[in-house]
Design a protein around this ligand. Structure first.
Ligand code: CMP
Length: 156
């Protein structure tokens, strides 16, 4: 299996913020060992929403999707870790919570597909594009620090 250090974009969606579930979901990501290198709560603009979900334009759920992501704040994050793109999506579970594996975030927290709690990029390319929609990549990534695990490895 390949081992690549990757960055991915994650957003806790309006339903997560409204239901007070941010802490629980962040804990799942941190417990798995991912490093959060940027985090920002924001109200998504129409331009950001349309940019983020451009690939879904024209689909029956597109208008609702754009409206939903603007309906309350999101918590945008950049997450770093080994094979982060695929691993984070694994922890999320399938897009449709009814089909998500037991124990995944969406199986445990999401009521329906339209309110599926959390978004994560589906590829390294999408991650780069999505991060740039929400973050100033030159100024807002906290890259000059080490997790406890990295410090332990350095000390060996
Ligand atoms: P997300 O990971 O944010 O990527 C696109 C979103 O569109 C997805 O999560 C769902 O919230 C939403 N979505 C995808 N398919 C459907 C669908 N068939 N009906 C409603 N919403 C959908």
């Amino acid at each position: 299996m390949k081992i690549e250090m990757e960055r991915t974009f994650v957003a806790l969606k309006p339903d997560t913020v409204q239901r007070g579930l941010m802490g629980k979901i962040i804990t799942r990501l941190e417990d798995k060992g991912f490093k959060i290198i940027a985090m920002k709560m924001l109200e998504v603009s129409k331009e950001q929403a349309e940019d983020h979900y451009a690939e879904h334009k024209g689909k029956p759920f597109y208008d609702g999707l754009v409206k939903f992501i603007m309906s309350a704040p999101i918590l945008a994050m950049v997450i770093e870790g080994v094979n982060a793109v695929a691993e984070v999506r694994h922890i999320l579970g399938a897009t449709d919570p009814d089909k998500a594996d037991v124990g995944s975030i969406r199986a445990d927290f999401s009521p329906i597909m339209a309110c599926n709690s959390i978004h994560a990029s589906d590829s390294v390319e999408s991650a780069k594009r999505e991060m740039a929609i929400y973050f100033d990549l030159d100024k807002e990534l906290c890259t000059n620090w080490k997790t406890m695990m990295e410090l332990v490895i350095d000390a060996r």
